[in-house]
Write a protein that binds this ligand. Sequence first.
Ligand code: C2E
Ligand code: CA
Ligand code: CA
Length: 585
Amino acid sequence: MQHEIHPLSDTPLRQQMLANVACFEGIKDEVFNELIGMATAHFAVPIALISILESRRQWFWAQAGMECTQTPLIDSFCATAVAADGFFQVTDAVVDSRFRDNPLVLGNPGIRFYAGYPLVTSEGLTLGMFCIIDTKPRPGLTTEQQNILKQLARIVMLRIRDLRESSYVDGSIGLYNRIKFEKDVEAYRHRGEPVTVIAADMISPTFLNEIVKSLGYPFAAKVMLLLKDKLKRIIGERDLYKISPTRFGFMIPGAGEIEKLIGLLSAEIEQPIECSGIPLQPRAGLGMLRLTPGDWHEDWLRCLVSSADHARNTGKGWVYFEPELDRAQMRAFTLLTSLSKAVERDDQFYLEYQPKVEAASGRLCGVEALLRWRHPELGLISPGEFIPLAEKTPLIRKISAWVARRALEQLADWKAQGFEWQVSINVSAADMADSTFVDQLIGLLREKTIEPHLLEVELTESALITNPELTRVNLERVRDCGIRLAIDDFGTGYSNWTYLRMLPATTVKLDQSFMRDACRDTKDRAVVTSIIQLAQTIGYQVVAEGVETAELYELLKAWGCDQIQGYYVARPMLPNLLVAWAQSR
Ligand code: C2E
Ligand code: CA
Ligand code: CA
């Protein structure tokens, strides 16, 4: 005997369909109300229902005569009726062994008569039932009556189809939307066919926003229409979808002529367009992803969008989805979410301290606090990786606050042990863009009664360029309260001496890149010696970092460099090791 699949089996397709109509639950539909009214009048019944059957319950899209809007599936007549695969009726429930103990028969509303017709989609999926109910037993419906019930059910299905389709359309541009794109792509998977999906980023979201701000919404809408027409001309009869405000999508089934089409597209979409006489340069990017039933990405839409974004940002025109790149983005995402937790606690972050010595005497004169992060699963993560990520978010402010507090606690601790070492902390551009961080530093120094000159903040030269005016105001506050200021990675930025001369800095740290070749390359050597001289003339103290050899140490000493930091002197260390190191010298 062959087992039929029960009409209510939770196949992915049925689930998708139910999820699709679920968004209409609770929204009254006038057409349905009319149909229910017709049914109660025509059949002279107190109850009529449009029932949608989910895996555990039925809910009523429209109804007359019932007090509730849903019932558990187990009590539902419709759940039994649906298995009949066509017209179903019970003339007197009280004498029917399947129903006589049913709470809807024994209690409210006291069902005796039931007749229904299933609601079946064009794909052959059963969504629920259209039914009429009486509280008195009745003779069965005539064939003619059955046909009327069948027609009512059919009208319901046509209406559901229209409702669903209207939720698939982006009316502003006259294209199918993202939901429909997802549905149509998933259909390939259900049919077991390969498909290549393509996302076309036509302009950057920021650019669209600029257009809206300066020229208004109607103009922006017109621009998107022009871009749509352009795409349509190239992709021909294929369906085009609007999948985000600036992004379109389409697909090429099987092993279609992909390369040729993409070549055409990428040449075309970069051409300037003209909208109401204003020329505009699209900055487009095409992302592509090949999906086969055996190699289907669950999150294909995310992958697709991220590759289109990548194509646009890098100016590459078009790229296939690259798992490598995606892994990097996923890692960045994981790190950022874990970072927000790490900064709230004390068991993942810690500081190491790297000594700085006076070049002439070799005496320890200060330490630089360097942040370390031990991720519970990923292990030790370099600040070179997570700091630039954090700097793109407000998290960096919390991280800097954590570092400042911990470094000053350590400083106070060492002071209590009789070591008066200056501690430098690294800060980011964002920390200096408003007064909160400087307030925090001043507060901490007071709280721990630490002389401000024992604290130094290191800020990279490039940070000064981002927001020069605000940064300068805050840096002046730093100077005025006696905290020292070092310019980190000196020599990598613009080195605008006129500007630097006005900065309230006390120290410059020569970038490590100079050190690498300074021993051999005469040009590098000339740059290093003249920067040292120039910086000292302006009144800066000069620190060389990244010094790894005795030879370089001696050269820097001869060139008059004030302080030296680097592996040759010592690597960054935990606080107790640093004390042992200092005492052993
Ligand atoms: P940076 O401020 O330029 O710090 C110097 C980096 O060079 C440190 O790397 C240090 O360990 C390394 N280093 C020191 N001596 C030598 C040497 O002789 N040879 C070589 N090859 N490297 C040496 P680290 O600790 O990995 O930090 C990397 C960067 O991360 C730092 O560069 C800094 O920009 C950032 N960073 C570290 N901690 C913090 C922090 O607490 N806050 C902020 N905002 N940034 C931090
Ligand atoms: Ca530094
Ligand atoms: Ca540096």
